[in-house]
Write a protein that binds this ligand. Structure first.
Ligand SMILES: [Zn+2]
Length: 231
């Protein structure tokens, strides 16, 4: 847990696709949920293009992937899953998306936001870059009185997120020890049956390996790595 006098118990995870949270930060999510933190997921798309099967139409795939995401989130103790249903594969960091996310931040008042590092070198997926950028721009907007002031109606005030954790980063400076949560984390990932392929044993081994490597520096058996900053 971060050192602070304030209890940072509301957490929002903002990601591009169903399965991003489970690939990126699910060990941390299940650990924090177990410690009493209230976790909300916000998925910007429903991953409706995430299949090479031409018979699987985008609408059906989106419904399937939302179901997989809800099941994974339930395994991890996530309280709420919100889908914004932007089109998969062509996500853009528009002012409209920033406005939507700022409204959610002002409504849910997360102390902590976890999202994708948009500055990772060679982050080729445009949705991943756009999602991280939009989340950070919304964190900034949400705390300002003069940005999207029409949202500041009765009961809604500007909200300052206290900490941001970026996953899939080249510049990690914070490691969460997920040793006791590793297998729960892997099981939650496997809920994304449409995405994880048939060789689940191999994928699980890759996740264990990555968690071991991330734990090398801080001396944990398994870890997830983040770039963290405080606001
Ligand atoms: Zn993704």
């Amino acid at each position: 847990m971060p050192e602070t006098t304030e209890s940072l118990d509301r957490v929002m995870v903002i990601a591009a696709h169903p399965d991003d949270p489970e690939f990126g930060c699910a060990g941390t999510v299940v650990k924090w949920a177990g410690a009493g933190r209230q976790i909300t997921y916000v998925l910007l798309t429903s991953g409706d293009k995430g299949s090479h099967d031409p018979d699987l139409r985008p609408g059906r795939l989106a419904a399937l992937r939302e179901g997989e995401q809800r099941a994974a989130a339930a395994d991890l103790g996530v309280r709420q899953v919100i889908f914004l249903r932007h089109p998969d594969g062509i996500l853009e960091n528009t002012l409209e998306l920033r406005r939507q996310l700022a409204a959610l931040i002002r409504e849910h008042r997360p102390h902590i936001v976890l999202t994708i590092d948009p500055w990772r070198h060679y982050q080729l997926h445009p949705d991943h870059r756009a999602a991280g950028q939009a989340a950070l721009d919304a964190v900034y907007a949400a705390r300002e009185w003069y940005i999207f002031p029409e949202q500041l109606v009765e009961g809604i005030d500007p909200w300052r997120v206290r900490e941001v954790y970026l996953f899939w980063t080249d510049n990690a400076d914070y490691w969460e020890d997920i040793t006791p949560c590793l297998e729960t984390r892997i099981a939650a990932l496997m809920r994304h049956a449409s995405q994880v392929g048939l060789d689940q044993g191999k994928l699980a081994e890759r996740i264990r390996q990555r968690a071991r490597e991330a734990g090398d520096g801080p001396g944990y058996a398994a870890a997830e790595a983040f770039k963290r900053f405080q606001l």
